[in-house]
Design a binder for this molecule. Structure first.
Ligand code: SD4
Length: 330
């Protein structure tokens, strides 16, 4: 972030504190609340509570001089490598045959994008997606081809199925092995992150192990540009979490960005995309869907189909979880 903005912020926060008799922390909060939307970033938002650690890492990366693309990649690598996060990367729920299969995509301010689907044995699918974007003329590589590309690029093959997940899978098999979409798993699921830097450049990343016990070969919304993530550097960006099939059928993240292009705020845009989904797709009792979005001026917003979804917002000195309004009850 620019030194000029950082200097200005310090000066203004000092004056606010002196002028209205609050401490520096309170003044900083006031400043951030009232200037981010006017001046844009830096700002990171991420889905679910695992977004807090991801945002913190993204912020650190940007502060150390990384690009906004570097920042979102570094951010989502935190839950990818965390065995306790059961919905992303290492330690994620396996498919019906006990294999952890990963989907991820990344999109930059220049409109370039890369993606991997059905990738196995690689800890950081987001980094492979970035290589697809930067090193190939393609957007998506899948399955065995994506794995071969990753190995050619120097990524190491690793076992991503933890003992805990092996037990979960065995218990699921023993219980009759019926697939049922499950959302809001311990308040974390797919991580989708959007970042906007001090110059207003926007990038996004989305990575997941997909729905637990899914059919082998199944690919969700998360690695599909326009469904799980979409960035338009002139307008804003959106990313999604929840039952990928419904998001795919309505191209949800693209729709949110188009709604913002047509004048809606990020929250209105997310709400309208959830409403569209309920008109076009059969909504079953376990379905959860959520979108988060940022517009070019750094306003954020989110909306979910059902209660329980939260997103993490990181602005200056402040990384917090925000509750999100929903359309219908469970
Ligand atoms: C998927 N959207 O694969 C992802 C997973 C998820 O709640 O977010 N589940 O469909």
């Amino acid at each position: 972030m620019g030194n000029r903005r950082s200097f200005l912020r310090k000066t203004i926060v000092g004056s606010i504190a002196a002028g209205i008799g609050v401490n520096l922390g309170q003044a900083a909060e006031l400043f951030d609340a009232h200037t981010l939307s006017a001046e844009g970033g830096p700002l990171f938002i991420s889905t679910w509570n695992h977004g807090l650690a991801a945002n913190a890492e993204a912020w650190k990366t940007l502060e150390a001089g990384g690009s906004i693309l570097d920042a979102v990649e570094a951010g989502v690598k935190i839950p990818e490598a965390d065995p306790e996060v059961s919905s992303v990367g290492y330690g994620g729920f396996p498919d019906a045959e006990g294999h952890v299969t990963l989907d991820a995509c990344i999109m930059g301010p220049d409109g370039n994008a890369g993606s991997v689907t059905y990738l196995q044995e690689i800890m950081h699918p987001i980094s492979v997606a970035r290589r697809v974007m930067e090193k190939t003329p393609h957007v998506i590589l899948s399955g065995a081809g994506a794995l071969k590309f990753a190995e050619d690029q120097g990524f190491k093959r690793e076992n991503l199925l933890t003992d805990n997940m092996q037990k979960e899978w065995e218990a699921w098999k023993a219980s009759g092995a019926r697939y049922a979409p499950q959302a809001n798993w311990e308040n974390h699921d797919t991580i989708g992150m959007i970042g906007i830097d001090g110059q207003g450049n926007i990038a996004g990343a989305c990575t997941t192990s997909g729905m637990a016990f899914k059919h082998p070969g199944r690919v969700g919304d998360s690695p599909i540009i326009g469904a799980g993530l979409f960035v338009d550097n002139e307008i804003g960006a959106a990313t999604s979490t929840g039952e990928g099939e419904a998001i795919l059928k309505t191209l949800g993240s693209f729709l949110v960005v188009e709604n913002m292009r047509n004048g809606m705020s990020p929250k209105q845009a997310c709400k309208a995309a959830i409403e569209r989904l309920t008109q076009k797709v059969r909504v079953h009792p376990q379905m959860q869907i959520a979108y988060i979005a940022v517009n070019k001026s750094g306003q954020t917003g989110a909306f979910s189909l059902r209660p329980g979804f939260q997103y993490a917002i990181h602005s200056y000195n402040n990384n917090k979880l925000e509750n999100v309004d929903h359309l219908m009850e469970w």
